[in-house]
Ligand binder design. Sequence first.
Ligand SMILES: *Cc1c(COP(=O)(O)O)cnc(C)c1O
Length: 426
Amino acid sequence: MFAKKKSTKSFNHKVFLSSPTMHGEEFKYMKEAYDTNWMSTVGENINEVERIAAEKAGVKYAVALCNCTSALHLCCKLAGERLYGKPAISHGALEGKRVFCSDMTFDATLNPVVYEGGIPVFIDTERESWNMDPIALEKAFELYPDVKLVVCAELYGFPGRIDLIRDICHKHGALLIEDAAEAMGATFNGQQCGSFGDYAAISYNGNKIITGSSGGCLLTNDLEVANKARKWSTQAREYAPWYQHEEVGYNYRMSNVIAGVIRGQYKYLEEHIAQKKTIYNRYVEGLKGLPIKMNPIVDNTEPNYWLSALIIDKEAMCKQVRDDSEALYIPEHGKSCPTEILEAIASLNAEGRPIWKPMHMQPMYRLHECIGRNGTIRCRTNAYIAGGVNDVGADIFDRGLCLPSDNKMTPEEQDRIIKVIRMCFE
Ligand SMILES: *Cc1c(COP(=O)(O)O)cnc(C)c1O
């Protein structure tokens, strides 16, 4: 064993992966809520967030909710009831039904499928886009023609073939839920992410491209859907002088204070995207010549560049093993691995992160099916055997990592991060 040269001086403040970036106007709208005493889940800020969110995404309606996970939950419930009818009171709307889901994503994409009793079946990732593979999705419909719902996320703000995914869904009479949590402001063929799904969700979580500290919206072109989501999100009260209930409700509405932050942030969405794009391009330039590739940009897409990520070429990977909680690697000249690079970045007091660990590799879903391009159904045990051959998600997870992508990172800080990454390959 030998140790590679390590950089000595670390940043005196942490450079985050992606943290909130405030501008001042957020506070003005928050204060307005306070001064006018609209300190609840009703008010001008909420109305404005719904108006702006719909306008920016190019959809008719937005429903402001406490986070994106709750938006996705309501999407699942809406889709389930439309497809399978209203369930018995204590049953989920997707009870016992298979639902095709993105595999390489944050688990919040598909947790709501499970809340509603659905069974996620994972669709492998496309190498060219790092998003759901349309060919694998076609295979999945061949195997399970009865499936009527697909949940698809856009990874790190870099859209995949969401157009094809939508067309395949409609060809098979299935509904599409688009999880655009990471992709607000990104486009495919000029069309905004969040406008492709029959139902879609966006996020204002603290690490997203704009934030309210928390919050999310459900997006739809269907007024009835918007009204139903709004009703369910406020405890499903019926129109009556007293608390009258015909169905189960939720407390999912957005706060008017948080809506003030989001309202102020929306003015900076384009600026944030431009900053993230500059960061991505600096990495492209700075890492030139190394045996790596940055996250792919699909033709006709304009990403929002939320998180810059890289993947190490197969030949340049040093030995690395991971179990369910730890990773080990063997340093090697001219080679590196995500664990080594993440350690190097951390030594500077900067934050990187492994790629989302694919859902089919998660202990929770080890018995769930995962469908790849060759059509074979794999569960966790044989996924490891297939790893690197058919299992695209496992391979990208193995070789990839997310880079510090914070708006407030200075060019000098980024240059030092680039330098320590370069040192990993010495
Ligand atoms: C952040 C995120 C969510 C969840 O958003 P919240 O607003 O935190 O609930 C869902 N899906 C993806 C892909 C995300 O990145």
